[in-house]
Ligand binder design. Structure first.
Ligand SMILES: *Cc1c(COP(=O)(O)O)cnc(C)c1O
Length: 412
């Protein structure tokens, strides 16, 4: 039995506890959805305010130079690089994950001429697969093989025809974490490129792209990195590939000399060749504020707390909610999961609506998955206890059943 005294001790000993003060979280709310939209930091809010009032309203066009707007994509890329194991010059912040999947997969195909297969996961967040369909439409004969459709495991889909494998580091539904080093090595044995989607691992755990030998990666900044709604995504390319990268969205921000206004396109020699056009500066500034909070975060401590929070939640829910039909959908071993815990329940949508109404915010994915995300920078162990207790109360009475008839919201 876990007691409240145990919980109090965990909070007292938490080396990351002070980070909570950096965030604005509504009173009484327990926010377990940072895997979908991270919480607002004071620094991010201040950065957006300053960028709006001072840089935009007062300084207007001079800010492109004076405030360094034009170089934000690569400067932010370098700051973010520390969190994902990239060297300076290997990461650029830009566009959306969807657009970046398109660019990196096109670049990967161009790096592996003569190979006509892309491998991905049927369980992937759908936009990644939709973008692959778009890529396939441009390359007659290109085949997409899916784990879960064409074979149970990616390993069984690798052969000498495979150009690249697009793989999620952490599964967005179950939170299952792949071993990036072992998996990258296996992909390389087949002569293919390893393209990692870090949407659910960047800011959730220490990622080491170069340590793993990864080729390319994309990721999201509005989830665990707390960049703000619609904050721009990022692209990583290992330095050995950068001079050879070709992507088809050859806009002026990817040009070697954007302000020469040359007639023809010539790619930037560095990672900026993965850009396209003008970037959302206010959102970039929000992300810059958010990343300033990360400067002093010890990622080993972050991972330790994340594993402890998710493990505690599993233990408490299984202790308090036994017999109510919840089934753990995440790996039980802490090393095998990211920073989220999912449970299956056929009444999942209605239960989650009732849990949210009682001040604990998680989310729901069809057909029956309840997701809880754990952002170690702004959650306490006491939050986890209270969340599990709320779930117990919801399951113990029948109020949630009345919600089953409600129509689903546009965004779940
Ligand atoms: C969140 C997420 C996205 C989001 O894509 P956008 O184009 O930024 O909306 C894409 N892929 C995965 C795996 C995600 O988790």
């Amino acid at each position: 039995m876990i007691t409240l005294a145990d919980i109090a001790e965990l909070d007292r000993a938490d080396p990351l506890a002070a980070f909570r003060n950096e965030f604005v979280i509504p009173d009484g709310l327990i926010y377990l959805d940072g895997n979908s939209l991270g919480a607002a930091s004071r620094a991010a809010l201040a950065a957006v305010e300053k960028a709006s009032r001072e840089e935009w309203a007062n300084s207007l066009i001079a800010s492109w130079n004076d405030a360094g707007w034009f170089t934000l994509p690569s400067r932010l890329g370098d700051r973010l690089g520390r969190l994902i194991g990239a060297a300076a010059g290997e990461t650029v912040v830009c566009d959306t994950v969807s657009v970046n999947v398109f660019k990196v997969m096109e670049a990967a195909l161009a790096l592996r001429p003569g190979r006509n297969v892309i491998v991905a996961e049927a369980s992937s967040f759908p936009t990644d697969l939709y973008m692959l369909e778009g890529v396939r439409g441009r390359h007659p004969g290109l085949q997409i093989r899916l784990e879960g459709v064409d074979a149970p495991r990616i390993e069984d889909l690798l052969d000498a025809d495979v150009a690249a494998v697009l793989v999620n580091h952490v599964d967005y539904r179950t939170g299952a974490l792949r071993d990036m080093t072992a998996f990258t090595a296996r992909i390389h044995e087949a002569g293919a490129l390893a393209v990692w989607d870090l949407c659910h691992s960047a800011g959730a755990l220490a990622v080491d792209l170069n340590g793993a030998g990864a080729d390319l990666a994309v990721g999201c900044t509005y989830k665990y990195l707390n960049g703000g709604p619609g904050a721009p995504a990022f692209v990583f390319a290992a330095s050995r590939h950068i001079p050879h990268l070709k992507q088809p969205l050859t806009g002026w921000w990817a040009h070697a000399r954007p302000f020469a206004f040359d007639l023809g396109f010539e790619a930037d020699p560095g990672i900026r060749r993965m850009l396209c056009g003008t970037q959302p500066i206010l959102s970039m500034r929000g992300l810059e504020g958010a990343l300033s909070v990360w400067e002093t975060v010890d990622l080993a401590e972050l991972r330790r707390k994340s594993m402890a929070l998710t493990g505690l939640f599993i233990d408490l829910v299984e202790e308090k909610c036994a017999g109510h039909g919840l089934e753990l959908a995440s790996p039980r071993a802490a090393e095998a999961r990211g920073s989220q815990v999912s449970f299956l329940h056929e009444g999942g949508y209605a239960i989650m609506q009732e849990v949210i109404a009682r001040g604990v915010v998680g989310d729901f994915r069809r057909p029956n998955l309840m997701r809880f995300g754990f952002a170690p920078l702004y959650l306490s162990y006491r939050n986890i206890w209270d969340a599990a207790e709320t779930l117990r109360q919801v399951l113990a009475d029948d109020t949630w059943r009345a919600r089953q008839v409600e129509a689903g919201a546009l965004v779940t």
